[in-house]
Design a binder for this molecule. Structure first.
Ligand code: ATP
Ligand code: MG
Length: 248
């Protein structure tokens, strides 16, 4: 890995940066993405030649029927899954050309993940859950803790930092998960059904928070998968996925 640059350990793809002014290039450029799952004899094309361009500083929602390929798309955007063919460039990085180690660097440094069931560690306090990605990245406990507490204040949980997940409401747990997703200052935040387990009032406040998150940072993109048309309406742009393709 001696050729890797410092910081993230992943290199920019100069051909995609090219002639664009800084910040003008799309945050996501997916071309002809195919992801096929094989289960014995059966083949399912979760992504079937999908094309998509997304700009930074946007809150984008992805809707579509169950099984359409929404979660698969989100996983490919976050380098949790790799397409069988096609190209996917996120924040100037061609994800298909990254080694496994570089993919892991990409996930840790450039992507924040938010899930329907929060995925918090039950034995850890709110601030410890938020600080964990920073600690795993080698930061000192003291600075990771102060960053985590600042983020908990940012999401309205300054008075819940020592609570464990079981001592928080669903909406509060999702706020902790959002704070955790932001601690590495990601360029892209990916949320799969973030309001799916919340009542509509609590869900609204989470959607407002995600809107704010998309306006922060140095041109951040928030992509949310949802079944709920009212939730989707909070976004700047709504994309429908059907049979593994975009239908706008
Ligand atoms: N790991 C896997 N192995 C086999 N098939 C899979 C796998 N993951 C997804 N699939 C299949 O790929 C298709 C797309 O799945 P995906 O999870 O992306 O759908 P979705 O749009 O997120 O659906 P939902 O709204 O129900 O969450 C489905 O037919 C699913 O059964
Ligand atoms: Mg899904």
């Amino acid at each position: 890995m001696s050729s890797s640059p410092p910081e993230s350990g992943v290199s920019e793809q100069s051909q995609t940066v090219g002639a664009h002014a800084p910040g003008a290039r799309p945050m996501v450029e997916a071309v002809d993405l195919v992801r096929e799952y094989r289960m014995g004899e059966q083949r399912v094309r979760a992504l079937d030649g999908l094309n998509l361009t997304l700009q930074a500083r946007q809150f984008v929602s992805i809707v579509g029927p169950s099984g359409a390929g929404k979660s698969t798309l989100l996983h490919v955007l976050g380098a949790l899954d790799v397409p069988d063919s096609g190209s996917i460039v996120v924040d100037g990085l061609d994800l298909g050309s990254l080694s496994e180690e570089q993919q892991s660097e990409f996930r840790r440094h450039r992507v924040g993940f938010i899930f329907q069931f929060f995925n918090l560690i039950p034995t850890m306090s709110a601030w410890e859950n938020v600080a964990l990605p920073r600690l795993l990245d080698g930061k000192s406990l003291r600075s990771a803790k102060s960053e985590a507490i600042a983020l908990l204040e940012r999401v309205g949980l300054g008075d819940r930092e020592k609570h464990r997940p079981s001592e928080l409401s669903g909406g509060q747990m999702q706020r902790v998960a959002i704070a955790r997703s932001l601690i590495m200052s990601p360029r892209i935040v990916l949320a799969d059904e973030p309001t799916g387990n919340l009542d509509s009032h609590t869900g609204e406040s989470i959607l407002e928070l995600l809107t704010e998150v998309s306006r922060e940072g140095d041109g951040r993109l928030v992509v949310m998968v949802t079944h709920d048309n009212k939730a989707a309406a909070h976004a700047d742009r709504t994309i429908t996925v059907r049979d593994g393709k975009i239908e706008e």
